[in-house]
Ligand binder design. Structure first.
Ligand SMILES: Cc1cc2nc3c(=O)[nH]c(=O)nc-3n(C[C@H](O)[C@H](O)[C@H](O)COP(=O)(O)O)c2cc1C
Length: 164
């Protein structure tokens, strides 16, 4: 599902937006309908708040990037942390950026079922290592870099299937 709607607000006066990425564990296995409802509601409120990003769902785990005006992102992150649909929210990074990674997506879901077997296995290993603090997960910066690269790769794969 790809939402291509320009955000109502883009960035601060200086053109800088805040970008946060995290991983979390779903409280229960979500059906396709529940995931779709979550993304539809998120996309609607993100469009209102000038927020863009991407959500990956894989084997009961989430990985998400949200980017937008600093106050809106901080407020959203607080709401996300309180959401009972998931737990063990672990921030990979929180950083100001001058360019959005996902400028046209108010929220796009990448259900890992759409990924290749190899990509799913790389994602599983990554999530495991971040949780266990081993491999790439032993260093927060490495984990953030690797996570960003993974999300970009999934984003490109999705664009190939469903160009916007
Ligand atoms: C994994 C996950 C990702 C979410 N992503 C967003 C999002 O991008 N934007 C959003 O408005 N809500 C998102 N939500 C929903 C929020 O946690 C929250 O339910 C919603 O913002 C409404 O908050 P409120 O009931 O306090 O108004 C997400 C929830 C989960 C579990």
């Amino acid at each position: 599902m790809v939402f291509v709607r320009p955000p109502s607000q883009s960035a601060g006066d200086d053109g800088i937006v805040l970008s946060i990425a995290y991983i979390s564990i779903a409280s229960k296995d979500l059906s396709a309908e529940e995931l779709s409802a979550l993304v539809d509601q998120s996309a609607a409120s993100n469009a209102r708040d000038g927020i863009t990003g991407m959500l990956v769902y894989h084997a009961g785990q989430f990985m998400q990037v949200i980017e937008g005006p600093e106050e809106a992102i901080k407020a959203l992150m607080l709401r996300i942390r309180r959401d009972p649909r998931h737990h063990d929210v672990y921030e990979l990074f929180r950083r100001p950026v001058t360019e959005r990674e996902f400028p046209t997506w108010t929220m796009t879901l990448c259900n890992s079922e759409a990924l290749t077997v190899k990509d799913r296995s790389v994602l599983s290993d990554y999530l495991h290592q971040v949780r266990a603090g081993t491999g790439v997960g032993a260093d927060r910066e490495d984990a953030a870099r690797f996570g960003t690269a993974l999300l970009e790769q999934f984003c490109k794969a999705m664009l190939r299937h469903r160009p916007c």
